[in-house]
Design a protein around this ligand. Structure first.
Ligand code: MLT
Length: 325
């Protein structure tokens, strides 16, 4: 075999053996956990909670990186390009599925370029508004949206994000069109909602229940068929006769494709311990969010959930003719 033919083969063998060797003493330095939405939102809150729990079990610091923008696809692409050695992870939710339908030139494939570690949480969403929104209850809220749709600003975290999907379902269910205002996360969106700069936001409960209870924003409905544990007096949207509108958001943890199996096993084990961690469960419960069961915090469960979301929620956006670029 000529030297020019053998060189790539040697490089591949070297790369594989150096990855396997590195896997022997993983982790021996800090790990980065990407949360591709802005600080202060539900994704950031959940990521920091799991980063804090998992670093205890892995014995190395986990640093959160909030590279945000383009509904999480910029930070996600950064992880897809990173070295598959276990030191760069991605915490993400439904936008990992919807971005495939949203962006024609996505620089990664959500399935082929990632190794699933496991699911982490499940959580509901709630429809909230600025404090002086002119509707005294859910029925008046629905009537006001139907009468004033295009004049109402709907904040979300970018096309295909959870808050956008929820807003889309709300507009479809009420047959209204609102004026969409995208942000790099619902942390900054919530700040503007509390300041009265935008009118409506559908967001996960981790960031919305405290300001509702603190009288800074108003909650009109849980985005589904059941009321929220943290806001028992807020009706479910189905109580206003609005059907076909139910959304739950699940966060999952990924590593880049090619991360060695021994490293993946350690990461899944640390995730498993974190979902069983009493402090994690108590803090999630206070936010109205659930940790998944042990069999859900597994690679095959996350792989199956992503496939389901690509086939259903991605299709919902495509059917609605929603495209980002
Ligand atoms: C979203 O999809 O709305 C994001 O999770 C919001 C965020 O985490 O900032």
């Amino acid at each position: 075999m000529k030297a020019r033919m053998i060189r790539p083969f040697i490089a591949l063998v070297w790369a594989l053996t150096s990855l396997q060797a590195a896997a022997q003493d993983f982790p021996n330095r800090a790990i980065t956990m990407m949360m591709p939405y802005a600080p202060g939102g539900p994704g950031d809150t959940i990521t920091r909670l799991f980063a804090g729990a998992m670093q205890k079990h892995l014995g190395q610091q986990i640093v959160v990186d909030n590279t945000a923008g383009a509904s999480g696809s910029i930070g996600t692409a950064k992880v897809a390009r990173s070295k598959p050695d276990g030191y760069t992870l991605l915490m993400i939710h439904v936008s990992h599925a919807t971005n495939t339908a949203m962006y024609k030139n996505l620089p990664y494939h959500p399935v082929d370029d990632f190794e699933p570690i496991g699911r982490a949480t499940n959580g509901p969403m709630v429809i909230v508004t600025r404090n002086d929104f002119p509707a005294k209850d859910l029925n008046e809220f629905v009537s006001y949206l139907k009468a004033n749709g295009p004049k109402i600003s709907l904040a979300h975290a970018g096309v295909g994000s959870a808050s956008h999907l929820c807003g889309l379902m709300m507009m479809n269910a009420l047959n209204v069109k609102m004026n969409e205002i995208p942000y790099k996360g619902t942390g900054p969106a919530l700040t503007d909602l509390m300041g009265g700069q935008v009118d409506v936001l559908c967001d996960q409960t981790s960031g919305t229940v405290p300001p509702v209870k603190g009288g800074k924003i108003k909650a009109y409905a849980a985005a589904g068929k059941t009321r929220l544990s943290g806001l028992p007096d807020v009706p479910a949207i189905s109580e206003a006769g609005v059907q076909g509108f139910e959304i739950n958001i699940s966060f999952g943890l990924y590593a880049p494709k090619g991360t060695p199996k021994p490293v993946m096993d350690q990461l899944t084990a640390a995730l498993q311990k974190s979902i069983a961690d009493p402090d994690v469960r108590q803090r999630l419960d206070a936010m109205g969010i659930s940790a998944v069961s042990p069999d859900q915090a597994r690679p095959e469960a996350l792989r199956a959930h992503l496939k389901y979301e690509i086939e259903t929620l991605g299709a919902l956006l495509t059917k609605a003719g929603v495209k980002a670029n």
